[in-house]
Design a protein. Sequence first.
Length: 374
Amino acid sequence: MAVVNLNNVQKYYPASGIKAVTDFNMEIKDGEFVALVGPSGCGKSTTLRMVAGLEDITEGEVKIDGKVVNNLAPKNRDIAMVFQSYALYPHMTVYDNMAFGLKLRRYSKEEIRKRVYEAADILGIRELVDRRPKQLSGGQRQRVAVGRAIVRQPKVFLFDEPLSNLDAKMRVQMRVEISQLHSRLQTTMIYVTHDQVEAMTMGDRIVVMRDGFIQQIDSPTQLYDFPANKYVASFIGTPPMNFFEGRIEAEGESMEFKSESFTVSIPAHWQDDLREYTGKAITFGIRPEDLRLKGGEGSTGDAPLIPAKIDLVEPMGSETYLYLTTGETSFIARVESHTKCKIDDQLELEVDMNKAHFFNQETEEAVSIQQRNQ
């Protein structure tokens, strides 16, 4: 196990002028599971590859267990990496694939056998050790790839979108297995994914990236409840947060957010933070589950209302998504599964203003998330 430090790490390609990663700063704690998440091209895999030694670091430094590793070859960094493509040797058995790295390091046959079978037992693949990769399912191949990393007993595990090639059901199963593996091994793990559900369900902390920059580092709960900016708010959560453009208006002790099609009262605990925005444009955010049908389940009868027209009803089994329009703005509400609604219905939705979010329209930064967190 080890602490991993990334200090002002940058990666750019002078020939093309592309900056893939800019000023990445983070300390990953001993035994922590950190997920790097973001869309394609945001720099997450490049960051992981710099930790692994597969990409040169343009500026800054990477430390593993207190030792600067910028100029160390990957084999000397005491890390193990699991790739999206499995990277198994097709002519070798599962046993030989898992043992290959240990043989290169000249471990004894007894030690190799011990480590391989211990890893196989952890992953539930002991009965597969004599098979070749072509005889395995995708999930089984991924377990072998993880097992090959486990036998190394590295200080740090690196995962580069390891579940992307699996079907939906197998991805869920492997998510659970990797989380259980981390709980059992208590080894430092860095996990790259474009899937925010994977990041939210697996990471102790999550790094949200965009265009090579860190947007926010936080626990899954904090990211969801207190996004640092509009980008994080839109990226984390399924369906994503709804946004409405409008203005703050205040008169005496009364304060309201006014959009083109509705007005909502601002709770007292928000008013100090929003006072400076009086008369100015601002973005109001609310998550789909914090909207309720007026008169429906959970309705209070006294909450602010948004009038809307239904564009689409999407039953999801345990819940229903309503795709709606108010004025020129489209948004989504997540409601009880047996709600009786149909396309073109006109309705009103209650807003839980205790779950409201506000964002500066110019900077897209959240308004005073620290005060909301207290």
